[in-house]
Ligand binder design. Structure first.
Ligand code: CTP
Length: 314
């Protein structure tokens, strides 16, 4: 008879503000270190005290974290520091075996290590931080873009390949960085709409448009290329499969090939710069199209407004 072993439970905490694939990759690695992953989402107050105000509030950050496929349980309003008291709660109430964090230093305002106690008792493990992406970086790009727009700056939709001088090129590359980043925020923010979509069937196939399709319709080129955007969508637990590089229009051929019985689209979208083309003509004519109410009115602009308001409060 086989002995039934107790599952290894691991804990990772964080702010998870403006959820990005660095966070998703951290949680994915943490889950591999155990059987069950419990995630502590740090409270708004604790973030304010340790890092400055978050852009997304507790409830929104919880929704995003809960939507990731590697997350088994969440603890809302977690503390920033692993204090002796909280560590005992993790061990005794939540049966946590290991506390996990990325290999970047996580310091308290007084310069001490937030995980020092867990390390001391040998219950700390580390994962590799994902380079090139952070909440702070996203905030910086958004601030830069909107400040420049306010000051009558460059159009955000121009082609960075046009040769219009060194200064303009620099501004444009900064601006164009922002656009795909904001798309990523939208993708993660829309985790809830993916859940609504999944509830309408047994299998959710998500079409992620290729870079050229986005460029043609929105008027700008995404710098987060197709594969990075695909990663974001795949991190969502409600997604079963992704069509990598789906065409803008849903064709009869696609519907047949993928055996699609319902095509859904949300009510909140980023507008297209091209008018008059309905990408859903075919599924509508077949009577298999449905609009679903987007659970949150959150958009790129509303997120940017919050960041600017937060920033101006200082
Ligand atoms: N993390 C990571 N790779 C990144 C960003 C974060 O592996 N690019 C990890 C952190 O090491 C941590 C967890 O994700 O274990 C949660 O991080 P969080 O508290 O949200 O904050 P930061 O480390 O400050 O990340 P960011 O700068 O993006 O807010």
């Amino acid at each position: 008879k086989k002995e039934r072993k107790r599952p290894v439970r691991v804990y990772m905490d964080g702010c998870f503000d403006l959820m990005h694939y660095g966070h998703a990759n951290a949680l994915r690695q943490a889950k591999l270190l155990g059987d069950q992953l419990v995630v502590g989402v740090v409270s708004d107050e604790e973030i304010v005290a340790n890092k400055g105000p978050p852009v997304l509030l507790m409830e929104e950050r919880l929704t995003l974290v809960s939507g990731l496929k590697w997350v088994d349980e969440v603890i809302p309003n977690a503390p920033y520091e692993i204090t002796e008291e909280f560590m005992n709660t993790l061990f005794n109430k939540y049966n946590i075996d290991y506390i996990i964090h990325g290999d970047d230093p996580c310091l308290l305002p007084d310069g001490t290590d937030a995980y020092a106690l867990a390390k001391k008792v040998g219950r700390y493990k580390q994962i590799k931080r994902t380079e090139g992406v952070s909440s702070t970086d996203i905030v910086g790009r958004i601030l830069l873009t909107f400040k420049q727009k306010e000051a009558g700056g460059m159009e955000t939709t121009t082609d960075a390949n046009q040769n219009t001088g060194a200064t303009c090129d620099k501004v444009k590359s900064q601006l164009s960085n922002f656009l795909p980043t904001s798309r990523r925020i939208m993708q993660f923010s829309n985790g809830q709409i993916l859940r609504s979509a999944r509830q309408l069937g047994d299998f959710l196939l998500v079409g992620v448009h290729d870079d050229q399709a986005i460029r043609d319709r929105r008027g700008y080129r995404p710098i987060m290329h197709l594969h990075e955007r695909t990663l974001s969508v795949l991190a969502c637990r409600y997604v079963d499969e992704v069509i990598i590089g789906a065409p803008w229009e849903v064709s009869r051929d696609m519907i047949t090939t993928f055996n699609i019985s319902l095509v859904v689209h949300g009510t909140v979208t980023e507008g297209s710069s091209v008018v008059g083309i309905d990408p859903y003509t075919v599924p509508k004519s077949m009577g298999i199209f449905q609009t679903i109410t987007s659970p949150k009115p959150i958009t790129t602009v509303s997120v940017a407004t919050r960041i600017i308001d937060n920033h101006e409060a200082y």
